[in-house]
Design a protein around this ligand. Structure first.
Ligand SMILES: Nc1ncnc2c1ncn2[C@@H]1O[C@H](COP(=O)(O)OP(=O)(O)OP(=O)(O)O)[C@@H](O)[C@H]1O
Ligand SMILES: [Mg+2]
Length: 363
């Protein structure tokens, strides 16, 4: 009889490594949230006026990747909606819903409405939203995550309209979440002055905080004794050196666990952790370069061992202005560093790569 390939027992299959793999998945909602007491308190305080039917300011949540912005805003809003029926919220990720119509459809569904499949004009959708809002008996809150990912003009119009909706003294409360606080400056002036934002910063996590965050995943996710304290320290240090990003720490631990399982070893070793770390680096990098403009990618490759900005102007066929814009973006993404130096009276700018050039090649 033909044997099924899955019936084959791997000779290397050793002791189990994971108690529950799902605690390492991106959608896992931790039972305990640590190290963010200040931000939780601040957001709670900012939203409190809604409990007494007053207007709350809109909030701008900002900070680098993996610092708990999405987790904490969702957590606080869930708590708020459990506490009172006077408030309801919807979470919208603008990478997924990246047009005004898509976002407004989700807003309409917060009120229990559905938009017809035949396309409605924006004005019709807006008046539908206003109508549903006026019948609702709660204050609506909208989390707009990754707000900087949508087209700037679309974002300006969307925010302008949402910020101005009101029924008597009830308004939408908008929670904008982004990596760059400065994205606000790219919106049109009219929108900027309508928003009245309160800022809420999420700084990078320190190594000790990342260790604290990892505790729950280790306790519920791994079989006891699979990883030593020392190596947990290494994971925390690794993630802290890459922007204090808790997601990197969780990913690294998960990958190291999977590799240990694959090799049939009974504990996570330093070597395995190091090779998994390289893998995490290359995955993170490929995520970043996947979204680059082809010309930006070409510029990145042209930097090679390091190059003067003036040489780039000559070497590449794009305009100086375009090159400056690309450089700015690549620096923001921490793919390059730009340093200024002097030759006599002249000031020169030199660009170097911040990442391993080997990892830049697309497969
Ligand atoms: N304080 C914390 N306690 C427990 N888990 C945390 C904490 N902060 C972050 N995490 C976990 O780290 C991961 C990243 O967090 P989150 O998605 O909230 O980051 P983010 O700031 O929204 O990042 P990005 O800017 O990339 O969207 C998630 O798996 C989350 O559960
Ligand atoms: Mg997020």
């Amino acid at each position: 009889m033909k044997k099924n390939i899955f019936s084959e027992k791997n000779d290397l299959e050793g002791k189990p490594i994971f108690k529950d793999e799902s605690v390492f998945y991106p959608d896992y909602f931790p039972l305990s949230i640590t190290c963010r007491e200040t931000q939780i308190k601040e957001l709670t305080f900012l939203l409190k006026p809604l409990l007494v039917q007053k207007k709350a300011n809109n909030v701008l949540v900002y900070g680098p990747p993996g610092t708990g912005k999405t987790l904490i805003t969702n957590f606080v809003l869930k708590e708020l909606c459990e506490y009172t029926k006077k408030v309801n919220f919807t979470y919208i990720n603008l990478i997924k819903e990246n047009t005004r119509v898509a976002v407004l459809s989700k807003v309409v569904s917060l009120f229990g409405g559905i938009l017809p499949r035949r396309g409605l004009a924006i004005d019709e959708i807006l008046s539908r939203t206003q109508e549903l809002f006026s019948k609702a008996d709660f204050s609506p809150i909208i989390i707009l995550d990754e707000i900087d990912k949508m087209d700037k003009e679309e974002t300006s119009k969307l925010l302008y309209d949402l910020a101005r909706f009101n029924v008597g003294k009830r308004y939408f409360t908008l929670i904008l979440v982004t990596n760059y606080k400065s994205f606000i400056l790219e919106l049109d002036n009219r929108t900027q002055s309508t928003l009245f934002l309160s800022d809420l910063e999420f700084p990078k996590y320190k190594p000790q905080e990342i260790k604290e965050i990892l505790k729950e995943r280790i306790e519920y996710g791994l079989v006891p004794g699979i990883i030593s304290e020392d190596l947990i320290g290494y994971v925390a240090g690794f993630a802290s050196g890459r922007g204090g990003d808790a997601r990197i720490a969780i990913d690294l631990l998960y990958k190291a666990g999977k590799n240990t399982e694959k090799l049939g070893q009974s504990e996570i070793t330093k070597d395995l952790l190091l090779s998994s770390a390289r893998l995490v680096d290359s995955v993170k990098l490929s995520e970043k370069i996947r979204y680059l403009h082809p010309e930006e990618y070409e510029l990145l490759l042209a930097i090679d061992e390091g190059i003067d900005v003036s040489t780039l102007y000559v070497k590449l066929k794009f305009s100086e202005r375009t090159i400056r814009r690309y450089l700015e973006n690549l620096e923001k993404l921490e793919l390059i560093k730009i340093e200024t130096y002097r030759v006599g009276k002249a000031e020169k700018r030199r660009v170097t790569l911040s990442v391993d050039p080997e990892l830049l090649k697309k497969e």
